[in-house]
Design a protein around this ligand. Structure first.
Ligand SMILES: NC(=O)c1ccc[n+]([C@@H]2O[C@H](COP(=O)([O-])OP(=O)(O)OC[C@H]3O[C@@H](n4cnc5c(N)ncnc54)[C@H](OP(=O)(O)O)[C@@H]3O)[C@@H](O)[C@H]2O)c1
Length: 239
């Protein structure tokens, strides 16, 4: 059987998930794209000639049901791309933000990936070269000189903190995997500022095909490739 990849949060043709699916399909993967809205993800899957599944990463049932389906259909998973993410702050700072917004942001951006990893790690262990990619952001990096967490220009505190926590998940899952001598490699990847929404090019966002390359690279790392790192374009980014 070929290699199987699941990408979460694929509901838009302009999104990083769609482009990641396209590139993994070109590399020969059997690709499963998943999103909350089944009609949307089905249409996109037809365009790419890949499989579509309904998935809400904030729902334990939805995540666990998908894991059961994949176990029945394929019996393994080779690459899990935790791409679903949202909750970009709309102004304001941590002192004035609505804490329900913060809870919802964590439920998707952190717990969404956490649920997926918990539900799928046993299927990943059935692969010869299992990979997990947590799609993060430079806004979570203490070292990023432009978008970084500590930079005064950073205007997305809630989003940045959720991605910081996602990076923490990468590190702590890797620690447990190492203890159990797992083959799974897990990394956080920042696709960099990418033009997934109209008008962002004028602010310097790069083409989606460029942004997705680093995600695909981390999903297809060779056996001697790195684990538990934070990357942008295959280069180490400061946590
Ligand atoms: N674009 C950038 O410059 C950039 C930079 C760094 C990192 N990122 C990260 O890259 C990832 C993709 O972003 P994008 O720019 O391609 O935007 P996007 O198309 O809006 O992607 C986000 C996806 O997450 C999905 N999603 C949200 N909540 C979900 C849930 N509960 N269950 C399942 N899916 C859910 C959205 O689906 P719905 O349509 O259902 O809401 C959407 O398909 C995100 O994690 C983002 O934080 C983006």
């Amino acid at each position: 059987m070929g290699k199987i990849a699941i990408i979460t949060g694929v509901s838009r043709e302009k999104g990083l998930g769609y482009e990641t699916a396209k590139q993994l399909k070109e590399l020969g993967f059997i690709v499963i794209i998943a999103a909350r809205n089944f009609d949307k993800v089905s249409d996109l899957a037809k365009q790419l000639n890949v499989m579509a599944k309904q998935l809400d990463v904030t729902s334990d049932n939805s995540v666990n049901n998908l894991a059961k389906e994949i176990e029945t259909e394929f019996g393994k998973l080779d690459a899990l791309v935790n791409n679903a993410g949202a909750f970009f702050d709309q102004g304001g700072g941590p002192l004035s933000t609505d804490l329900q917004f913060v809870k919802d942001a964590f439920d998707t951006n952190l717990l969404g990936a956490w649920r997926m990893i918990k539900a799928f790690h046993k299927l990943l262990e059935k692969s010869d070269s299992p990979r997990i990619v947590n799609v993060s952001n430079g806004a979570a990096s203490f070292g990023d000189p432009v978008f970084g967490l500590a930079h005064h220009f950073s205007k997305v505190p809630v989003y940045g903190i959720t991605k910081l926590a996602l990076n923490g998940l990468t590190v702590k899952v890797a620690t447990q995997l190492k203890e159990s001598k797992s083959k799974i490699k897990i990394n956080s990847v920042d696709p960099d500022f990418t033009a997934t929404y109209p008008g962002t090019e004028q602010w310097g966002a790069r083409p989606v095909s460029e942004g997705a390359k680093g995600i695909v690279w981390a999903a297809t790392l060779p056996q001697d490739g790195p684990t538990v790192e934070f990357f942008r374009d295959g280069q180490t980014l400061s946590w």
